[in-house]
Each structure stands twice: as C-alpha cells, then as structure tokens.
Write a protein that binds this ligand. Sequence first.
Ligand code: ADP
Length: 310
Amino acid sequence: GLLVVGDVVTDVVARHDEPLAPHTDTAARIAVLPGGAGANVACWAARYGAGVRLLARVGADSAEWHRAALLTAGVEPVLRVDDALPTAVVVALVDAAAERTLVTDSGAAFRLGPGDWDEALLDGGARGIGRIHLSGYLYFSAPGRTLAATVRKAAAVRGIPASVDPASAGFLRRLGPGAFLDAVQGLDLLLPNAAEAALLSGHDEPAAAAASLSARCGGATVVVTLGAAGAVAAERGAVVATAMAPHTAAVDTTGAGDAFTGGLLAARLAGAGLAEALAAGCRAGAEAVTVVGGRPRLRDPAHPGAAHES
Ligand code: ADP
C-alpha cells in the first residue's frame, strides 16, 4: 500500500460574478469541500486501486467530517486531532473570468510533526507499505520538515521508495528553492509542476528543468507536469519519458496535479514502468479537470459506474 503524509484542508470556494469591493456585500455561490494536497493525492491513489493510509493533523472543528470523507473515498485516515488549532482552511475567491484569489489559514496542518509519527504506520495491510508520499506542504513548517526527515529515515531502513510534490510555488519562494532541494535529498521521486520546476532549477524549459533537477537530486526520478501538455520525466540527469495529456474539456483544474500524482503512484505500486505510470498520471489528471474541487467524483454504490457530483 501507499502511505501519504500530508495536509487535510477544508476548501471554501466562493464563485462571484460581481467584482469584490470594500464595504459591500457580494452574492456568491459557496461550496465547502474536503481538500488538501496530501489528502487529495491519497483519494486519487485509492480511486486508481491503491490501498492508501493518510497521516494528517486536523482540528476538532471538522475532524469527523474529514474522517468520513476520507473513508468514503477508500482511504484509511490516521488523523491526529489538534487541541488548539482548527483544520487548515483555504478560501478561494473565483471571479467571473475564473481568476482565483486564495486566502489560506494553515491551522493544525502546520503542526504535524515528529510527535505524530509511529513506526507502526509502515506496517499492516496484506504486504505493508510499499511506497511513501510526502506532501510538499510538510516542508513549509519546522515540525513538518523534522517529521519528513524522520519518515525518510524510517523508509530508507526498510528500503521503501519515497516521493514528494512541492505543492506550491508561492511557499517555495518563501522557503527558498535551495533550502527545499537540500531538504528533499535522498527522496526517489519529485513531482513539481512546470512553474515549481522552473523555480527550483532556474530552467524555464520543462525538459531541461527535469534533467537538471534529477542531476541535482542524486539521480532521482523527476516528473514535471505540463498542464494540458502532459508530463516529462528525467532520471540521472537525462529525459527518459514523456506523456501526452488526453484531450479534455476542463471544468476546474483544481487538484489536477494531485490526481496526476495519485494515478502515477497507484500505477507504480501495481508494478507499472515509468512510461506507463506517466500515462496513468495523465489519465487521472484529465479526469480531475472534469470535476469541481480537488477530489475524485464519488461513485454511487447503488449504480456502479455511474457518478454524482459531491
Ligand atoms: P498542477 O495542478 O499541480 O499545477 P498541472 O497543471 O501541470 O499541475 O496538471 C497536472 C496534470 O493534470 C497534467 O500533467 C495533465 O496530465 C493533467 N491536466 C492538467 N490540465 C489539463 C487539461 N486542461 N486537460 C487535460 N489534462 C490536464
């Protein structure tokens, strides 16, 4: 199975047609959805057949709601409930041109730390944990960085491959690209999007960025996602595979990268080679852009194959 260590977030998405202005009350269609990069990756990997466990920290305000949503998505939640802070919340203000403004409260998510770790998280399931995925958000808090190092050590002892998704160009800029790259040394697989890869490598061209990052990270596999153009992978400093994204009518690109990661990791766990896993990631990403929010559409157990909006 797959162990994801990362963030659970409550996404509040407010779609408004009128421009926002101070001292006015603007009507909006507001949806409250379960999200978070780590949790979304976990849900997409489960949707593509992996056995998935998620370690995350939430507030008492919404712990049960998040637990239920993860269970429904087929993920085994290991949620540490914070006694002081609420679950992380991201408010997305989406205007008539689909332009997004994000307002973030990292809440309990940034307190996930070494005290939340337990070696037993690597046990269980038919064959135990075969892969670990670290959400990039871990690296943007001090306890998260310590936890990531602890998990990495435990994985290395058992020979379990580990991956990371940098998750946010904004946070990367604040932490410093060099500090991030130093912290992720020794991981087997990095999954930046094109903007993050450019920031981390100094190369605007994605294939060059992937190759350079792979060399910088000790030969690790680096997969750069390219939105509607698909993805490119490099190993030991050279491009080794590319994949095209299926042509899709995009409705909401939130979570495309998380879906790509979940689909790719599920395929790798099932024994797929890199090229095959890239294609699986692209299929998952294409599915994600047809869904509002960052998680897979829920399947209706009464009508297998049919789906309804969550
Ligand atoms: P992020 O969401 O992290 O910014 P990308 O935008 O690169 O990442 O998207 C991740 C993956 O999702 C892409 O590699 C691609 O497979 C898929 N994807 C994204 N946008 C589209 C789209 N418009 N049509 C089809 N697939 C898409």
